[in-house]
Design a protein around this ligand. Structure first.
Ligand SMILES: [Zn+2]
Length: 437
């Protein structure tokens, strides 16, 4: 706990270049004190802290990912105690980075150290790979991984980041991807008087609405030709898993303030949320939005669209299809700009090493974890599954209300300690698994 607090006291705000290099050195030292051979590997940005703890005679290698950079602490006045002075209260450590990701990352180091001290050797080789730019979109990490494929070879990537399920421990196997587009319709060179020009000037706001509306049927089905072509059918294991995720219709209804469009049933809710793609209007802007009347024809209109993609949809291909759709429907003049994309990523829920991890988490917590095929949201899991070509399994150790990226971020002491246990037991379960590469 004292060591974790020391790690937290060292700021490492990548977005503001505050303390990150110092923190990398501290993590390297903690890693080597835990028993790994640790070094900094430079990137064009902040270094990756890399370590190996080899086990003579071990057949498998586990690659553990984490990040030592944190989000900016602002707004400072919203913190009950200062962000870089860890405060222990209500069974939690409160501080910036406590949950995201220092507490979770540090649990892996303590697990390695605990096994080495009590057993003398690890049951598997462990490689530790902690980056310092996760909170600034991991901008040098893809190139780092491609350049170090051999160094990072392993049977499995094991990572702890993000919050647990509200009901307790959770294991998940990937995420939906994202494609973010901005659509712009242009009109005259300035806003125009709608009396003096109405009917003769182009009307980009209405035009953009029509273009956007053409993307869906009245029932919400995406009409972009080929949008669903590559959507993978849920495997029998996926379907079984969906049935086991706790779903309380009442609390979902309270959370949303309305009934979900999928109705009262958990299976439909999770199938739609996790295993189906979605195309959403994230923003829609044009013209006058202030009080009262202003009679103009705005000269520009913009919409932001985010598509959440599932296996085996490809962001490049989906972007092409949306562009082709707009052209075919006569909206070739609507400008399309990509603002970002991350492909979806999945490891099968019945992967043998996944079962080993689930057994480990169950032993560490004394209860079965919630198993989720993938998150509805997006994390760069494809780096592990596609760039490294490895199965990738996520076991968060921070509580569901960790307030990551927000004031009063925390990790529970229980989550930290059971996190250490989870990693330690996972190393043995992974070593003992008779299949899984
Ligand atoms: Zn974060």
């Amino acid at each position: 706990m004292e060591e974790l607090c020391a790690l937290i006291r060292q700021p490492s705000v990548s977005a503001q270049n505050v303390g990150v290099t110092e923190c990398a050195e501290l993590v390297r030292r903690l890693m080597s004190e835990a028993g790994a051979e640790a070094r900094l590997i430079p990137t064009p940005g902040f270094p990756v802290v890399y370590g190996e703890a080899r086990a003579s005679g071990a057949k498998r290698t586990v690659l553990i990912y984490g990040h030592y950079d944190v989000q900016p602490p602002e707004p400072l006045e919203a913190w009950e105690t200062p962000p870089f002075e860890p405060s222990i209260r209500n069974g939690r450590i409160y501080a910036r980075g406590a949950g995201d990701n220092k507490g979770q990352m540090f649990a892996h180091l303590k697990a390695v150290e605990a096994v080495l001290r009590t057993r003398g050797r690890l049951p598997v080789n462990v490689k530790l790979c902690f980056e310092g730019e996760e909170e600034i979109a991991s901008r040098n990490f893809p190139a780092f991984l491609s350049a170090h494929r051999k160094l990072l070879a392993a049977a499995l990537v094991y990572s702890s980041d993000g919050p647990m399920h509200p009901s307790g421990p959770m294991v998940y196997f990937g995420c939906r991807g994202i494609l973010y587009l901005e659509l712009t319709a242009h009109g005259a060179k300035r806003d125009l008087h709608s009396g003096n020009y109405g009917g003769v000037a182009p009307a980009p706001a209405a035009r953009l609405c029509q273009a956007v509306a053409s993307l869906w049927s009245g029932r919400g089905k995406v009409l972009v030709s080929g949008f669903y072509d590559r959507v993978r059918k849920p495997s029998p294991a996926d379907r079984r898993t969906l049935r086991t995720i706790p779903f309380a219709a009442q609390s979902v209804r309270e959370d949303l303030g309305c009934l979900p469009v999928t109705g009262e049933r958990g299976r439909a809710y999770y199938r739609q949320l996790l295993l189906q793609p979605n195309l959403n209007v994230a923003g829609l802007t044009s013209g006058y939005q202030g009080p009262g009347m202003k009679t103009i024809i705005p000269n520009v209109a913009r919409a932001k669209l985010d598509a959440r993609l599932v296996m085996d949809q490809d962001p490049d291909e989906i972007e092409e299809k949306i562009r082709a759709h707009l052209k075919r429907r006569g909206f070739g003049d609507v400008e399309v700009k990509r603002l970002g994309a991350v492909p979806p990523s999945r490891t099968p829920v019945d992967h043998p090493l996944g079962k080993a991890v689930v057994r480990a988490v169950e032993q560490a917590w004394g209860r079965r974890p919630v198993i989720v095929p993938n998150l509805g949201g997006t994390i760069p899991d494809y780096l592990f599954t596609q760039v490294l070509g490895l199965p990738s399994i996520w076991v968060p150790y921070a509580p569901h209300d960790e307030a990551n990226h927000a004031p009063n971020e925390s990790i529970t002491l229980e989550g930290f300690v059971n996190g250490i246990r989870s990693t330690a037991v996972a190393l043995f379960e992974i070593a003992a698994s008779s299949e899984g590469g």
